[in-house]
Design a protein around this ligand. Sequence first.
Ligand code: MN
Length: 160
Amino acid sequence: MMRILIVSDTHRNNTNFLHLVEKIGPLDMLVHCGDVEGSELVIDKAVDCPVEMVQGNNDFFSDLPKEKEFMIGKYRVWLTHGHNYYISMNTEMIKQEARDREVDIVMCGHTHKPMVDIGNDLTLVNPGSISYPRQENRRPSYVLMEIDRDGEAHYTVNYL
Ligand SMILES: [Mn+2]
C-alpha cells in the first residue's frame, strides 16, 4: 500500500496545501506539478516523504528541473508542468509525448482544472490547483493516488 499526494499550481499561496498535509495522514510521496513561485523549500519541508517537483511557467528563477521521470511502484511516471504541450487547448500533444517516452502515467498541472484520464496504455493526471482553482465548482483540488496490495494504482480527485 502506498499513498501519493499530487498537487499543483500553489503560486506562493501555500495555506491550503499546508492545511492539507497536516490532516491527510502519512504519505509515501508528494508530487508537485509546478508553479510553486519560490516556495520550493516550504513545500519540501512540509512533508516527511520523498518529494518530486518540477518548474512551472511562472518559476523563472527556480533550480527545479523542467521535467522528470521516476517510478511509483511498477509505474513509470513523467512529470511536467505541461504548458509546453499546449494542455490548455487539449491533451493530444502531451499524450503523444508521453507515449513516445513510453511512460505509464503523465502528471501535469497548469490548467488549474483537475483531470484523471485513464486510458488503456496511458493515464493522465492533473490535480488542478489547490490554491487557485478554475474549474466549474471553483473548489481547491488535489489528487490522491493509492497503490493497492496488488500494486495497482487508484486515483481520487478531492476538493477542499
Ligand atoms: Mn502554470
